[in-house]
Design a protein around this ligand. Structure first.
Ligand code: MN
Length: 375
């Protein structure tokens, strides 16, 4: 994990874990923008419909792509294919490596390494990125002569495209993608549906989080009606990991610490994973995205925390709350961002130093307030 401008947080949505830390700035309920207007939808439809013959389209999702980023992008890409768009690429910044849980997604053949991305597409479409800093070097594609269309659901998204479909009320970017496909007249097929289902189920924690509205289940019903197999998809995406990762989790959970008196008696549970842990078990860093889940199960603690080593003295810190403590305030105080129930930051120092800072913030008044239930 690397720091981005503006203290942006770069953690991918943890697969099957609590609500993802938002992909960028600290967000609050105050000032949350409304969703897209009819004019926005019309402009987005026109941007696709008015592509020149043989027009070139570049799809980009955020760095360290998660299920919503990849699923929205590839599902929409398959939809564009159905509309006859032939010159179509999908990409994301950083190493062109798709995390193992998403290697069965339909549409992966659309992916190209960032270095091979079209330098001057007629239409650029960004998925699940709250700010252009999340697009790395690919952000320069937004300023070319083509149209830039942004599909997202982060409340902190200020709208960095020419046309912005940003719906903070949407449980996932795939909700926005499905709506735009419908408005373009694309009917769902199993390939599109599987991509959008992975995106929707990832961002709702397998339909467990508060973001799981009736509209989410109605969308899931439309996707399932195409004949996709939710059991197979969920096993692949959520319930499958290498044996080395199972052993790694065992070690890391074995060193977890419970501090019932922390956070003014609401309790803190924390652990950490080092780069040496990963090397010893021959595992890639993304396997750690799911580590917060077994940690946050701890009934005796409202706050859970995992430190993931990203450099000799650098850590990516994930924080979760069951509701009594606003962990976004802790994360913001320490240079990161997030939601009330899920937040994170990047820290320098030893494990003890970083946890000391978290304890101090949890002891202060900052962690108590706030009533932003956004998931
Ligand atoms: Mn998302």
């Amino acid at each position: 994990m690397t720091a981005h401008p503006g203290g942006a947080l770069t953690e991918a949505t943890p697969v099957g874990s609590a609500p993802a830390e938002p992909a960028g700035l600290a967000s609050t309920a105050a000032g949350r923008p409304a969703g897209p207007t009819e004019a926005d939808w019309a402009a987005a439809v026109a941007a696709v419909r008015q592509l020149p013959p043989d027009g070139r389209v570049l799809l980009i999702c955020h760095v360290n792509p998660d299920g919503d980023a990849l699923g929205s992008m590839l599902g929409f890409g398959l939809g564009l294919r159905r509309l006859g768009v032939r010159r179509l690429q999908a990409t994301f910044p950083g190493p062109p490596e798709v995390p193992e849980p998403f290697r069965g997604l339909p549409g992966l053949e659309l992916l190209v390494p960032a270095a091979d991305a079209d330098p001057a597409p007629d239409l650029v479409i960004c998925f699940d990125a709250a700010s252009d800093s999340r697009l790395g070097d690919l952000a320069d594609r937004l300023t070319g002569t083509g149209t830039a269309l942004v599909l997202d659901h982060h409340a902190s998204n200020a709208g960095f495209g020419d046309v912005n479909l940003v719906d903070p009320a949407a449980a996932a970017t795939s909700v926005v993608a499905e709506e735009l496909l419908a408005r373009l007249g694309v009917t769902l097929d199993a390939g599109i549906a599987e991509c959008l289902y992975v995106a929707l189920s990832t961002d709702t924690g397998s339909f467990r989080f508060d973001a799981t509205t009736p509209a989410v289940h109605e969308m899931a019903a439309r996707l399932l009606a195409t004949g996709i197999r939710p059991g197979d998809i969920s096993r692949r995406v959520f319930d499958s990991r290498p044996f080395g990762a199972v052993r790694l989790f065992g070690e890391v959970l074995g060193r977890a610490r419970l501090e019932p008196a922390a956070a003014a008696g609401r309790g803190l549970v924390w652990t950490y994973a080092t780069q040496d842990d990963l090397a010893r078990h021959d595992q890639r860093p993304y396997v750690l995205e799911a580590l917060i889940d077994p940690v946050r199960c701890t009934a005796e603690a409202d706050v859970s925390c995992v430190l993931k080593q990203t450099g000799p003295v650098e850590w990516a810190v994930s924080l979760r709350s069951k509701g009594a403590v606003d962990v976004s305030r802790v994360a913001v105080a320490l240079g990161g961002g997030g939601h009330r129930l899920a937040a994170g930051f990047t820290a320098k120092g030893t494990v003890d130093e970083v946890v000391d800072r978290i304890r101090a913030e949890l002891a202060g008044p900052a962690a108590g307030g706030g009533l932003d239930p956004q998931g």
